[in-house]
Each structure stands twice: as C-alpha cells, then as structure tokens.
Design a protein around this ligand. Structure first.
Ligand code: HEM
Length: 478
C-alpha cells in the first residue's frame, strides 16, 4: 500500500512535472515558436538601459544633413532595420526605404500613428496629428478639400505675396537680419490670415502668436504637469487659443452671410461632419503644421543656397524671366508658380538634404512579418526618413546639395518622404511649397545675402538653427 501510495504520489508528481513542462512546452510550441518559425525573429539590436533604453543616444543632436552617431553606429552593426528601446517602448527602427514605404502604406491596417502620450496632452484628442480611425478620416477629408479649394485661389496667392513683400520691405534699412525670425513672422502671418482671416496688426493675432509660442515650447519640453513648467504652460496656452478661436467662430456665426472672407474658417463653419471641438482643433493643427515646418524650409533653402552659388544664379535667372513677362507690380499667379521649375528642384533638394521631419511615430497593430523578421504587435515602429534621404545607394552624392538631381527624378518616389506618405501624407505640402517659392521670388530679386556664422541646421530631433541663421544683406535691383 505504502508502495502504491508512494508510487501514486510519485506518479502524481511525475504527472505534475510533465504536465507543467508540457504546458510551457506547449505554450512555446504553440505560441512563441510558431511565431518565431512562421514570422521569424525580431530584428537584431540592443535595448540599452532599463526604462530609458537608448532614447538619449537616439535624440543626441547632430546636423540634420547627417545620420547622427546613433543611426550610423546601429546601421553598421545591425543593418538598416534594428530593434531598440525608445520613448519607453520596445521599438523597431527602420532606415530602409522599402520597409518605410510598407509602414506608411499600411496605416490603420498593420500600423498606426502613435505619438508619445505627453504630445496628446498638449495637442488634445481631436488633433488630426494624433487621431486615428474614423475621426482621423473625417478630419483629413476636410483638410484635403480645404487645401484643394485654397491652394490656387488668387486671394490666397495674393496674401502670400503681399506678406512676403511687406517683410522684405522691412529689411530696406537693415544690413543684417536673423532669418529664422523673419521666416517665422512670414509663415505665421500667412497661415493666420489663411485660416482665421486675421491680419498682423489685429490684437487677436498678437494674442494667438504669444500663446502659440508657449504652446510650441511645451511640445519639446519635459512632460511634467506642475504649474510653471513649460509643459503645464503649454497645456494652458492651448486652452487660451481654444477660447480665442471659439470666440472668433461665435462672432463669425453671428455675422454669417454678411462677411465676404475666403479663409478656412468660413468654409469650416459650413462643414457639418465636424463637432465644434474638432473645428477648433483643426484650426490649431493648421497653425501648428503650417508655421514652424514651412519657416524652417525657407531657412534651409537660404542656408544651402549660400553654399551653392551656381544654384542661386540659376534660381535668380528663373525668377528674372518670370518677372520680365509681367507688368510692374503685377501679382504672381498659379501659372507663374508652375513655371518655377528650378525653384521646385531647389525646394525638393532642401527637403531631402535638410530633413525637417527626421522620423515619424508608429506602432504595430498586430504581429507583422516583414522579409525574414517579425515586428511584434504593440511595438513602436520608427520609419526614419533622413536615413533614406541620405542613403548613397539611393541618391548619388547624397551628402551634397544638388538641386539638379530633381530634373530627372520623380518627387513622388519611395526614396523621398519629406512630407510622409500613405494615409497621413502631409495635406499642407503644396501650401508650404508655394509660400516658399513666392518668398524666394522676391528675395532673390531684391537681395544678395551671405551667412555670417557657421550656423548649421541641427536635429534635436526638431530641427533648428541655433543662432537663428544671421544673414548679411546687400540690396540689389532687377
Ligand atoms: C515644409 C513644410 C512641411 C513639412 C516638411 C511637413 C511634413 C509633414 C509630415 C512628414 C507629415 C506626416 C506625419 C506622420 O506621418 O505622422 C505631416 C503631416 C501633417 N501636416 Fe505637414 N508638413 C509641412 C507643412 C505643412 C503645412 C503648411 C500644413 C498646414 C497648413 C501642414 C499640416 C499637416 C497636418 C494637419 C498633418 C497631419 C496629417 C495626417 O495625420 O493625416 N503641414 N507633415
């Protein structure tokens, strides 16, 4: 009996041990192993420190027309696709044009936009930049139709040109300017006029600008909601802009039918697919999207032209030709813009070489097999655009500013994603380009310039010229 009992007990333990082993073995066999066998291993790489991972190394500043030490080191060790731990999450980093394209084209299916939580706190849940699914689609459809209506409208083009002339006119007595400040003034005045119909001298414009600058500072600050911190101030600034914009909307509603404005707001008021909150968020998105990025593009163009006298000369000839076909003081129109072919090449090259948006944030919605490896569900995925833009196997003389490459190259190719791609392709791309082109028209016809300090565009990862790009000016006549 005792033998029986002991053999039963032994049998029980054996059963338990084998059972447990079987369970774990089954788990591995049924879940992890097939995943591994079917979908392959995750890409090679390291996770770095606990919690922080490799985030600080990834964010270490470097000239925006270079890869930076982190990407250079990791790509040479692990290849163009590697794993890491960034922004508090296991991450697959992609410096590969095909994978980047695959990620962007599968938005909402395999991958989804996933900006860090603190950014949601500042932008608000109705912002197009963070919204997903149906909300994103509704907001985006409105944005696309607004841009289509606006971009070639004579009033819009006229506003851009008048704003450019006004800014350049203010340089008349100056021998030097801080270009980034001037460019921001220009893009803010253009976008605030276009979206809300406000001119620079209206008190509401000044109020919005002040709050907006606080809001922008918060976007790049430590996300601590403690009164007095830049983050907390940004959240408060957002709610003040919200109230200002709401008041403008209310006033417009009262005057509906009497006003003859042709701005975004006028059209937004007639849109019934968006709630009031979404309309206000839409205004904020347009200001945010249209301000810093476009002014930075202007600074990039001016900076790279300083180093390329041949390109500057060809640009000047193009604009002299366009001007020579117009009456004195006649305004530029959409046909003139279409004639600015070399200007477009210069803009595309500044976008490629300057990398205003280095990467975008995504996450995998399910386990994704790509080539031989697995991108696990829930992992962050970062398509790095700058790495593709600077890849010498894709762009000849990748580390040179060479606008002429765009004479033979289509700007809608996979290897150029300055405005993103797929379902989140930047709706403001054409607005940004026409603004830069019209400003350049008057700049090259009125001034010669050189930069006085070696001020490079640095990726922090938000790109900026640390000294604001100081230019020495020489006036010239056509
Ligand atoms: C040089 C100028 C610009 C650059 C380099 C740029 C770049 C980008 C990029 C890369 C994205 C994709 C983000 C992602 O996939 O997560 C994007 C989205 C966006 N941009 Fe721009 N942008 C510029 C100008 C503008 C302008 C002028 C506006 C508005 C007037 C604008 C509004 C937006 C909005 C609302 C989105 C979100 C689109 C969506 O999620 O569907 N951008 N931009």
């Amino acid at each position: 009996m005792p033998e029986l009992l002991s053999s039963m007990a032994g049998g029980f333990w054996l059963f338990l041990v084998f059972g447990m082993c079987g369970f774990f073995f089954g788990l591995i066999l049924n879940h992890f192993l097939p995943l591994f066998l079917r979908l392959g291993p995750v890409p090679r790489g390291t996770f770095g420190w606990p919690i922080l991972g490799e985030t600080l190394r990834f964010l270490k500043p470097h000239p925006s027309n270079s890869l930076g030490a982190f990407l250079q080191d990791h790509c040479s060790r692990y290849g163009k696709v590697f794993k890491s731990h960034l922004f508090l999450s296991p991450t697959v980093v992609s410096c590969d044009q095909e994978l980047n394209y695959f990620i962007l084209q599968n938005e909402g299916k395999l991958f989804e936009c996933s900006y860090p939580k603190p950014i949601h706190g500042i932008l608000g849940k109705n912002s197009m930049l963070v919204a997903v699914g149906d909300t994103h689609k509704r907001l985006r459809n409105v944005a696309l139709s607004l841009v289509t209506i606006t971009k070639s409208k004579p009033e819009f083009l006229h506003d851009i040109e008048t704003t450019a002339i006004r800014i350049l006119h203010s340089w008349k007595e100056k021998s030097q300017v801080i270009f980034c400040e001037e460019a921001r003034k220009f893009t803010f005045n253009v976008i605030v006029k276009q979206v809300l119909g406000l001119t620079p001298d209206e008190p509401q414009t000044t109020r919005i600008l002040e709050d907006f600058l606080t809001f922008m500072r918060g976007l790049i600050s430590l996300p601590l909601y403690i009164p007095g911190t830049p983050y907390a101030r940004a959240v408060q600034a957002r709610s003040r802009i919200f109230s200002t914009v709401k008041a403008i909307i209310e006033e417009r509603k009262r005057n509906i039918g009497n006003s003859r404005k042709s701005d975004f707001l006028e059209i937004l008021l007639t849109v019934n697919t968006l709630s009031e909150e979404e309309k206000v968020s839409f205004v904020l998105d347009s200001l945010l999207g249209g301000y810093e990025t476009t002014s930075l593009l202007m600074a990039m163009v001016v900076h790279f032209l300083c180093q390329s006298p041949l390109a500057l000369q060809q640009l000047k000839v193009e604009h002299q030709k366009i001007r020579s076909m117009k009456q004195k003081d006649e305004k530029l129109n959409w046909e003139d813009y279409k004639k600015m072919e070399f200007t477009q090449n210069v803009i595309n090259e500044a976008l490629r070489y300057g990398n205003i948006v280095k990467f975008v944030h995504r996450k995998a919605l399910k386990d994704v097999k790509y080539r031989d490896y697995l991108i696990p569900s829930g992992w962050k995925v970062l398509p790095v655009f700058s790495a593709v833009h600077l890849d010498p196997t894709l762009h000849a003389s990748a580390f040179q500013f060479h606008p002429w490459r765009w004479e033979r190259q289509d700007q809608t190719c996979k290897k150029f994603t300055a405005f993103g791609g797929g379902a989140r392709y930047c709706p403001g791309s054409e607005l940004a380009k026409v603004e830069v082109a019209f400003f350049l028209h008057h700049l090259v016809l009125s001034f010669r310039w050189r930069s006085i300090e070696d001020d490079l565009p640095l990726a922090y990862p938000y790109v900026e010229f640390q000294k604001g790009l100081v230019l020495l000016l020489d006036h010239c006549s056509i």
